[in-house]
Design a protein around this ligand. Structure first.
Ligand SMILES: [Fe+2]
Ligand SMILES: [Fe+2]
Length: 389
């Protein structure tokens, strides 16, 4: 569904209203440096609707490129990850069975359980026909996978930038293999959405703000933090949650392959940033990254408030603020919160961005108890894929 055009006063005011919570919340928390980072992208995404109704968007980026003339591969973890990357390459065409036929509108074997559609608890749901319920399920899954696809494009660009900017050949080689992985992810999710689900959504504004802000920040470690630890970590959480609720075998197959790549990418991010943040940053610089990670957490969580589903089906029932409060309390959001933060919080702790100063902020979100959960590099594939209650 298209948003109101920015050129009308009504459209402009609505877009300003959608942007305000982001800016005012960051201001209230006193995170001025983060506000500066997000302000330009937020103007583009929310007010100008830069990612909507267009075939492509452009952004100017500047970052430092770092050559390495020693070519050493002396980091054992990165070397192991690089070897694993090379031996676990898969082919989007031949390793996935695209021939399986299914109907996303099937009411006998629903593509996801009704219980994940936020509207299921409303009295109106009982009056929906089987077809209407199927449309809600198809829309929700298409919305989630579309945002995953757009995030994958961000990861593709981010991986290329990080590979150029980070120090050391061990990381650059691993980063290059990640570029190939992300290209495959873009390819498979787009194919699944267009060939199998038959419906897709434009990029969510919160995700667009984040991707643009990370792309245009010149510091390699900030790109790494935003992309590898936060977006990839949240992505991994979202993949595992979706894999546990979908019934369709092709999508399950895709997600299993993607999850094994993403676990390696997050591991790469943790390995690269752990030493850098502990040894190379001043306390002020470390604090800035800590605040930034928290703001990114909130943006990533807002991405799943599903404003697009509100615009499509529920504007007669809720205004924007009421919808946000409603979705925040839904089963969908509670599952997302658990799946995502259980993978993010231990990683933030490991890289030194979970000090006593920031813990109360995560406590308020109800996710601090994950601080002692295992970090990705200590988890088996089965543990990563395990359902989270
Ligand atoms: Fe990816
Ligand atoms: Fe990735």
């Amino acid at each position: 569904m298209k948003h109101p055009p920015t050129k009308t006063l009504q459209g402009l005011l609505l877009n300003v209203e959608r942007a305000l919570p982001l800016a005012s919340d960051i201001l209230l928390r006193g995170h001025l440096k983060q506000l500066r980072l997000f302000l330009g992208p937020a103007f583009n995404a929310f007010i100008m609707q830069a990612g909507k109704g267009v075939d492509s968007s452009r952004s100017n980026v500047t970052h430092e490129v770092q050559f390495d003339w020693l070519y050493l591969r002396n980091d054992p973890v990165m070397r192991r990850l690089y070897e694993a990357a090379n031996t676990s390459q898969w082919n989007a065409e031949s390793d996935i069975d695209w021939s399986l036929v299914f109907d996303p509108m099937d009411s006998i074997v629903p593509i996801i359980p009704d219980s994940y559609c936020p509207g299921v608890v409303l009295p109106e749901w009982q009056h929906f026909s089987a077809r209407e319920k199927a449309e809600h399920r198809q829309s929700l899954l298409s919305f989630m996978l579309s945002q995953i696809l757009h995030g994958e494009q961000g990861a593709l660009f981010g991986a290329a930038q990080i590979m150029q900017g980070m120090p050391g050949m061990a990381g650059k080689l691993l980063g290059a293999s990640q570029v190939a992985d992300e290209a495959r992810h873009v390819d498979v999710f787009h194919r699944y959405l267009s060939e199998k689900l038959g419906k897709s959504y434009e990029i969510n504004e919160n995700l667009f703000v984040l991707v643009q802000a990370i792309m245009s920040d010149s510091r390699w470690d900030v790109k790494f933090l935003g992309m590898q630890i936060m977006i990839e970590g949240f992505g991994l959480g979202a993949f595992t949650m979706i894999r546990n609720i979908v019934t369709e075998p092709t999508l399950k197959q895709i997600l299993k392959l993607v999850i094994s790549d993403e676990a390696r990418h997050v591991n790469f991010g943790v390995t690269a940033l752990e030493r850098f943040y502990r040894e190379e940053l001043s306390e002020g610089e470390r604090r800035e990254r800590e605040d930034l990670a928290f703001e990114i957490s909130l943006l990533l969580q807002r991405r799943f408030l599903a404003h697009e589903i509100h615009q499509e089906y529920w504007t007669h029932r809720f205004n924007t603020r009421q919808w946000e409060a409603f979705v925040m309390d839904s089963q969908l959001m509670s599952m997302f919160r658990s799946s995502m933060f259980r993978l993010i919080i231990p990683n933030l702790k490991r890289i030194g961005l979970l000090s006593d100063r920031i813990k109360p902020s995560y406590e308020k979100l109800g996710v601090l108890h994950f601080e002692n959960a295992p970090v990705i590099c200590q988890m088996s594939a089965d543990e990563i894929l395990a359902p989270v209650s």
